[in-house]
Design a protein around this ligand. Structure first.
Ligand code: ATP
Length: 511
């Protein structure tokens, strides 16, 4: 679905109506940037997690998964740099009293300039069709080149200011670019300040400063501190990876984009430990692997793009994002970072414990380098949901809203329905349900007309509906309806399992 705010609203309301996502504590008017997953959402989320785990852990001999605690020793966050540096530059608009991330304001300004170029390219394609040489146009057109110079200059100024902790310089940049508050339209900005995003609480009964601990802002550190435990107990040889799925918490400054930016969210991360000097090879490898994983969801390639980081985090020597064209435009979905030996070295220093690996192939001990892939589970959920949301005009002039979710991720795989509630049809339908429910999450649906039931399943995203009718009682056949084509096929009951197994076979998507 195209990027615009109305489409985001439609997705939010669809997600609520069909039990995907609810505002947290809604009866108390909600809690900002915190969301609950409903009966459908919890299933979809679980299926995404399983699919990621399968691709990363089960399909790779040299990757194992762990489940570390959310609470960690407070020194962890001192060592990782989060206590001192995990902050965002914030700026307030004095007229609207709205708070923004200064880096996001600049990024959005850059995106506007990029869009101008894309418009020019689109015009060229429209005008000249196949004769249009896009590559040459991008390399030579004066407007395109001017815009690119602007982008490069802004990036360079921003990087310089951030590298030098020059927050006044960031403010001047915002002023020079004439960036206005999207709500008030005013350019009346406060100074830029740094704001630490970690939530803290106290552990134990006595509230003293020494007892302060943090809710983890990323899952990665749980992997780093366990790196030797896993390496030794699993007899892992470099290169190897440790994967983890879990909650992370950030006190985000701007939290207005549904489940895209939440204060409590889930990450699916993998740290890949490599020999120093080989990190770039693995960085490229994981960039490609992760891009392929997203592509395996069957969402059109045009929704994805890479974005190289200009300002590298304090721990990285290379970093990029896989961005997705969300209803709010292109934004980060996954980060891929070459984190060097920064984290392990820091933990060595702060814990006094050696975190080295003896590499028998080269007869040397070293602190491994790390390449990380870190994808937001909730952002993946939103990407899948927004790409799946489709409003369709049908031949008989009616409309339907259908979630064209990848079948293997759909919350409910099969809805089993008796045509009517009498003549023994419900009993027969339940017999089929009993066969299928061991392998698939199924739904039994007998209320309302068949047409209404099909629409309801379309809206939920159920890929297959099995209808038990009077013919079933005579010859043991049913119809299977395909969500996307709406075609029905009559098949023997004893063939259903094989058909579903084939249609939902992960071998066709994961390799
Ligand atoms: P952003 O720039 O959007 O704040 P980030 O670069 O800080 O994101 P990382 O620290 O790289 O994000 O985290 C890895 C992934 O975790 C991100 O790609 C994103 O998918 C997810 N993520 C990060 N912050 C949030 C959040 N507040 N809500 C939901 N998902 C998040």
């Amino acid at each position: 679905m195209a990027a615009n705010e109305d489409n985001l609203k439609k997705i939010i309301s669809h997600a609520k109506e069909y039990g995907y996502v609810f505002q947290s504590s809604e009866i108390y008017d909600g809690l900002s940037a915190v969301y609950d997953y409903g009966q459908m959402g919890a299933e979809l989320k679980k299926n995404i997690k399983d699919y990621w785990w399968k691709a990363m852990v089960n399909m790779n001999e040299n990757i194992v998964g762990i489940d570390a605690a959310i609470f960690m020793h407070p020194t962890t966050w001192k060592a990782s740099g989060h206590v001192d540096a995990f902050s965002d530059p914030l700026i307030d608009n004095k007229d609207s009293k709205k708070r923004y991330r200064a880096d996001v304001l600049i990024e959005e300004h850059l995106e506007k300039i990029r869009l101008k170029t894309e418009k020019d390219v689109a015009k060229g394609i429209k005008r000249f069709g196949d004769d249009f040489d896009e590559e040459q146009f991008r390399a030579t057109n004066p407007n395109v080149l001017r815009n690119q110079t602007k982008i490069d200059d802004i990036n360079a100024r921003f990087k310089l200011a951030m590298d030098n902790d020059d927050l006044a310089g960031v403010k001047t940049l915002i002023e020079d670019l004439g960036i206005a508050c999207p709500i008030s339209g005013s350019k009346n900005w406060t100074d830029v300040k740094q704001f630490n995003l970690m939530f803290s609480t106290e552990i134990g009964a006595v509230a003293e400063a020494a007892n302060t601990i943090y809710l983890r802002p990323e899952t990665a550190q749980g992997i780093f501190v366990n790196y030797l435990n896993v390496q030794k107990s699993g007899r892992m040889k470099i290169p190897f990876g440790i994967a983890q799925i879990g909650k992370a918490f950030r006190n985000e400054i701007v939290a207005r984009q549904f489940i895209f930016r939440m204060r409590e969210f889930e990450q699916m991360e993998m740290q890949f430990f490599v020999r120093p000097g080989e990190e770039m090879k693995w960085y490229e490898h994981w960039k490609e692997q992760r891009f392929n994983w997203h592509q395996s969801l069957g969402i059109d390639e045009k929704y994805y793009r890479f974005h190289d980081h200009v300002k590298l985090a304090h721990y990285a020597n290379a970093a990029c994002d896989i961005e997705f064209d969300f209803p709010m435009g292109f934004k980060e979905l996954e980060g891929i970072h070459s984190r060097t030996d920064f984290d392990l070295k820091q933990h060595e220093e702060h814990s006094g414990k050696k975190l080295q690996y003896f590499d028998p192939e080269i007869n040397e001990s070293y602190v491994p380098y790390v390449v990380e892939t870190s994808v937001g589970l909730d952002r993946t959920f939103l990407a899948i949901l927004s790409a799946a949301y489709t409003e369709e005009k049908l031949e008989n002039d009616t409309e339907r809203t259908v979630l064209k979710l990848p079948a293997f991720l759909a919350p409910i795989k099969v809805a089993v329905m008796p045509l009517t509630r009498k003549d023994g049809l419900p009993e027969k339908a339940r017999e089929i349900l009993t066969i299928l429910k061991y392998d698939y999450n199924c739904n039994y649906d007998e209320k309302d007309s068949p047409g209404k039931r099909y629409r309801r399943q379309d809206a939920i995203g159920t890929p297959f509906c099995i209808m038990v009718d009077h013919q079933t009682l005579e010859d043991n056949t049913v119809t299977i309806r395909d969500r996307d084509t709406m075609q029905q096929e009559r098949v023997a009951i004893d063939k259903i399992e094989a058909i579903l197994k084939d249609k939902l076979d992960l071998r066709k998507v994961l390799n």
